[in-house]
Design a protein around this ligand. Structure first.
Ligand code: C2O
Length: 459
C-alpha cells in the first residue's frame, strides 16, 4: 500500500527557476536572498526543526548513500529546504541556485566572505582551487549519464534506506569528489551546514533530470517508489513524509532548471547525441561475465592494484562478446548463451567490489584502467585503457555504521567501449587496475583502502 505523502507546494505561477550560481555572481538578488534565508535559519531556536543545524542533522542521521534512494532522498531534502527558504524570506519566487561544477570547478563567488552567512570555516578548497577535471568535467559527467539502467546510473537496489548496494558513477565520481574537494564540514555527513551543500545537490538533481529528459527511466518497483522518507519538515516545521514516487519527476515540485545541458564546452553535441533517447531499461538484467579472485593487499598511493577478472567456462562466450570489438561474430558461433541479448551485451560494466574505504583521509581519486601493460601513477586519463575515476565520501562510515545489511561498498563503472577497444578476440579475462592519485596535491597519507574483488557484468 502506498503510504500517504505530503503534497508538494503547488507552483504559484511564479518564476521559480534554479539558476547557475557562477553566472549570477555574488551580488545577484538570488544569492542575497539565499544568504538571508540561511541567516534566518541559523537564528531560529535549536528546538525549531527548521533551524539550520537541525536541517543538517537530518542528513547525518538519515542520508542514503550507495543505494538507489540516493537521488530521490536528496531531491526531497533539497526541495524541502528550498520551501523553508521561501518561508524565511517571504519570497514565493525563490529557487536555490546550483553549482555547475562542470562549467566552472571553482566554488562560486559569494561563499568566501567571512561576514556572510554563506561562509563556512574550515574548507580545504580556496577561491582559486578547481575540482579535478577527471571527476567533474563535462566528459566525466557524460560518462556518468551514459548508463541506461537506473540501478547503474543512480546507485543500486537495496532493501533499507541506508543499506549498501553499489555506487553508480554520478554518486561516486562528481558527487563524492565535490564533497572531499571542498573539504571541512562538506567532507563528512554533517555537510549541509555548509551552504554550498545545497547548491551542489541542486546540480546533482539537475543531472538526474537531464538523464530522465534523455530517456532514462526511473524504477517502477514499489520498493523504490514507496519507501517512506520520514525525515523532513515542511515550511511550517511540521513533519512530512516524502517518497521517491512523489519526487521522481520535478514536474509539480515547484522548481525548474534554467538549462539541462551538462556544460557549454564546444564539441559536446556528438556526445549528447549518442547518449540521447536510449530508451533506458527500467529493470536491471545484469549478468556476471567474469570475476576476480580476492586480493587482500591494501591499495596504496602510486602503485597499481590489479584484479584479474576471469570468465567461468559457463559464461566464456559472453566474456568474449564483452571483451572484444566488435562484439558479435565469435559469440554467435559459440554455444547458445543463457539469454540471446547477452551474446551481444549492450553495455559491459565493471564492479569494483569488497571495498573497505579509507578510514580517515578520503582525499584520494581512484583511477580505473583495464588491460594496461605498464600502468604507473603518471599514466594520463587520456590513455585508451582508462575507464573512469571514483572517489569516496564517508564511505566506510556509511557501510560500517549507517548500513544494516553488512555489505561492503562497491562501485559500478561503464567500461563498454574501453573493454572492446583494449580486449582481443577470444579474450575471456580482463585485468582491472586501480591507481590512486591525490586531490589537489593534498597528502595521500592514510588513504590506504581495500578493494578485494572486481567483476565484469553485462547488461
Ligand atoms: Cu548525502 Cu552529497 O550527500
Amino acid at each position: 500500500m502506498q503510504p500517504p505523502t505530503t503534497p508538494a507546494n503547488p507552483i504559484s505561477g511564479a518564476n521559480r527557476t534554479r539558476q547557475d550560481a557562477a553566472r549570477l555572481g555574488a551580488n545577484h538578488s538570488i544569492l542575497r536572498a539565499y544568504a538571508e534565508a540561511v541567516r534566518r535559519m541559523k537564528a531560529l531556536p535549536s528546538s525549531d526543526p527548521r533551524n539550520w543545524n537541525a536541517q543538517a542533522t537530518i542528513h547525518l542521521q538519515a542520508c542514503p548513500h550507495g543505494n538507489w534512494w540516493f537521488l530521490p532522498w536528496h531531491r526531497a531534502y533539497t526541495q524541502r529546504l528550498e520551501q523553508i527558504c521561501r518561508e524565511m524570506i517571504g519570497d514565493e519566487d525563490f529557487a536555490l541556485p546550483y553549482w555547475n561544477w562542470s562549467r566552472d570547478g571553482r566554488i562560486p563567488p559569494g561563499f568566501f566572505d567571512a561576514s556572510s552567512p554563506l561562509f563556512q570555516p574550515g574548507r580545504l578548497a580556496g577561491q582559486n582551487s578547481t575540482a579535478a577535471a577527471e571527476m567533474v568535467s563535462a566528459a566525466a559527467v557524460e560518462r556518468a549519464l551514459a548508463p541506461t539502467n537506473f540501478e547503474v546510473f543512480g546507485s543500486g537496489r537495496a532493501g533499507g534506506q541506508r543499506d549498501q548496494a553499489s555506487q553508480g558513477p554520478l554518486e561516486a565520481t562528481p558527487h563524492n569528489h565535490i564533497h572531499v574537494f571542498v573539504g571541512g564540514e562538506m567532507a563528512n555527513f554533517i555537510a549541509p551546514v555548509d551552504p554550498l551543500f545545497w547548491l551542489h545537490h541542486a546540480n546533482v538533481d539537475r543531472l538526474w533530470e537531464t538523464w530522465n529528459q534523455r530517456g532514462g527511466r526511473n524504477p517502477t518497483d514499489s520498493l523504490w517508489r514507496d519507501l517512506p522518507f520520514r525525515d523532513f519538515v515542511d515550511r511550517a516545521g511540521n513533519r512530512v513524509t516524502d517518497t521517491s514516487g512523489a519526487v521522481s519527476s520535478t514536474a509539480g515540485l515547484g522548481y525548474r532548471y534554467d538549462g539541462l545541458s551538462v556544460a557549454e564546452a564546444p564539441g559536446l553535441a556528438g556526445l549528447r547525441a549518442t547518449a540521447q533517447n536510449f530508451g533506458g531499461l527500467a529493470q536491471p538484467d545484469l549478468a556476471l561475465v567474469a570475476v576476480s579472485d580476492l586480493n587482500a593487499a591494501p591499495v596504496t598511493a602510486g602503485r597499481p592494484h590489479s584484479l584479474r577478472a576471469r570468465a567461468t567456462p559457463a559464461v566464456q562466450s559472453m566474456a568474449r562478446a564483452a571483451f572484444a570489438a566488435p562484439a558479435g561474430a565469435e559469440a554467435m558461433m559459440a554455444a547458445p548463451p543463457p539469454s540471446s541479448a547477452l551474446a551481444n551485451p549492450e553495455r559491459a560494466l565493471i564492479r569494483v567490489a569488497q571495498i573497505d574505504a579509507p578510514a580517515r583521509n578520503e582525499n584520494v581519486i581512484v583511477r580505473v584502467f583495464v588491460n594496461h601493460p605498464n600502468l604507473t601513477a603518471a599514466t594520463p586519463v587520456s590513455d585508451p585503457h582508462y575507464v573512469g575515476s571514483f572517489g569516496f565520501f564517508q564511505t566506510r562510515f556509511a557501510a560500517e555504521v549507517c548500513s544494516t545489511n553488512g555489505l561492503k561498498a562497491s562501485y559500478l563503472l561503464d567500461a563498454t567501449e574501453v573493454l572492446r577497444r583494449t580486449g582481443h578476440a577470444g579474450a575471456t579475462e580482463a585485468d582491472i587496475q586501480l591507481m590512486p592519485v591525490d586531490v589537489e596535491g593534498r597528502p595521500l597519507a592514510g588513504t590506504e583502502f581495500y578493494a578485494q574483488q572486481a567483476e565484469v557484468l553485462a547488461v
